[in-house]
Design a protein around this ligand. Structure first.
Ligand code: KIV
Ligand code: ZN
Length: 391
């Protein structure tokens, strides 16, 4: 692999589907998988086959239909999990088995009732079993950021020794601060052979999922686990569109690349939002409705003179257009621009009157759309014509 490339591992259909209230049908998952393939993600985590018949079927169907991305399936260190994941991945051209077990004291004691030695033994046993059927095995140390770092090194070494070529250190509960996470990634990486790829998987409980993922990349991770629109357990996962754009738009800073086709980002976001029923908040970075809209007069004036004044990201590059909003804060320049785009001729007086109407209408209300603007123009023009002819 090119050392400068970051692999994008999409978990929209697995961790994303674990969002409270979301239940995708098999057909919807297959439709989203095709869009993720067009988007150019390296891995599509299609589901957790042992968890339900429909998850099993979705992984199997996606495995048989997707050729442009690797297809991954999740399994705990349990016989039944491994068996279901291996069977579901059978039709895949390029399968990945993603095996995990928790490694933090609280998870090992309260959830698994296993001591650290038994956890290490399970990792060794189940990764070897996974490797007997699937060449590409990823191991995740669940709750890595609340695990003892020395134990985590042992865990990673056992996993690598048993054949895992990718080792993921998830911030399962969104606990880590960016510097801490970077330190942990660098520490574990320094104890592993160079050909083992470290992966980051961050949850957004403190709103740090993207920042932490990028900090992990800075520290040497070369796979990032993300979900479209940042959906996932609780507060969600790191948002695919934010990670992909940060790496692409600030390539000068990162010196890294990925395979994501930016022009498919907006379409993918819409599809996931529609199929999951999870609305994207208006001010969400990159894909929110307001992410490329400008309302204040000063900003609109700048945008009309040179879009680089207030937009360093290219809205068109991700398949979303930029807009000047007509509302309570907008100015004359944006109004003129909109009227010209709509092919409406106007006088200076029309403009003055229309601005007055827009301010009144927009007070305490959303932005003015083209139809409403046309109505305002008609009213103003008729009134001006009437005055001109003494009516
Ligand atoms: O958050 C997490 O720890 C996970 C693992 C199963 C990778 O989703
Ligand atoms: Zn997760």
């Amino acid at each position: 692999m090119n050392a400068e490339q970051v692999l994008i591992f999409d978990t929209t259909l697995r961790d994303g589907e674990q969002s409270p209230g979301v239940a995708l049908t098999v057909a919807e998952k297959v439709e989203i998988a095709h869009q993720l393939e067009r988007l150019g993600v390296d891995f599509i985590e299609a589901g957790f086959p042992v968890s339900s018949a429909s998850d099993f079927e979705a992984v199997r169907e996606i495995s048989s239909q997707i050729a442009g991305s690797h297809v991954a399936a999740l399994a705990r260190c349990e016989e039944a999990d491994l068996e279901a994941a291996i069977r579901a991945l059978e039709p895949a051209r390029s399968p990945r088995l993603h095996v995990f077990i928790a490694t933090s004291p609280v998870h090992m004691k309260a959830k698994l009732n296993l001591d650290p030695e038994s956890v290490l033994a399970r990792i060794d046993r189940y990764i070897r079993a996974a490797r007997a059927s699937v060449a590409d095995v990823e191991f995740s140390a669940e709750d890595a950021t609340r695990s003892d770092p020395a134990f985590l090194v042992e865990v990673a070494q056992v996993a690598a020794g048993a054949g895992a070529r990718t080792i993921n250190l998830p911030d399962t509960v969104g606990y880590a601060m960016s510097e801490e996470y970077a330190r942990l990634i660098a520490h574990v990486k320094s104890h592993l052979p160079d050909d083992v790829i470290l992966s980051v998987h961050c949850h957004d409980d403190l709103g740090l999922a993207v920042a932490n993922s990028l900090a992990g990349v800075k520290a040497g991770a070369r796979q990032v686990e993300v979900a479209v629109n940042g959906i996932g357990e609780r507060a969600g996962n790191a948002a695919l569109e934010e990670v992909a754009m940060a790496i692409a738009a600030r390539a000068d800073h990162w010196g890294l690349s990925h395979r994501v086709n930016l022009s498919e980002i907006y379409r993918t976001s819409r599809l996931v939002s529609e199929r999951t029923g999870m609305m994207v908040q208006a001010n969400k970075a990159i894909v929110g409705n307001n992410a490329f809209r400008h309302e204040s007069g000063i900003h609109q004036d700048g945008m009309l003179k040179d879009p680089k004044t207030y937009e360093f990201l290219d809205a068109h590059a991700i398949g979303q257009g930029s807009h000047l909003v007509l509302g309570k804060h907008s100015g004359r320049h944006a109004l003129r621009d909109r009227l010209e785009r709509m092919g409406i001729s106007y006088t200076a007086e029309h403009l003055r009157q229309m601005q007055r109407h827009i301010k009144v209408m927009a007070e305490g209300k959303r932005a003015i759309d083209d139809q409403e603007l046309y109505g305002i123009w008609q009213q103003v023009a008729q009134q001006a014509d009437g005055e001109q002819y003494g009516l």
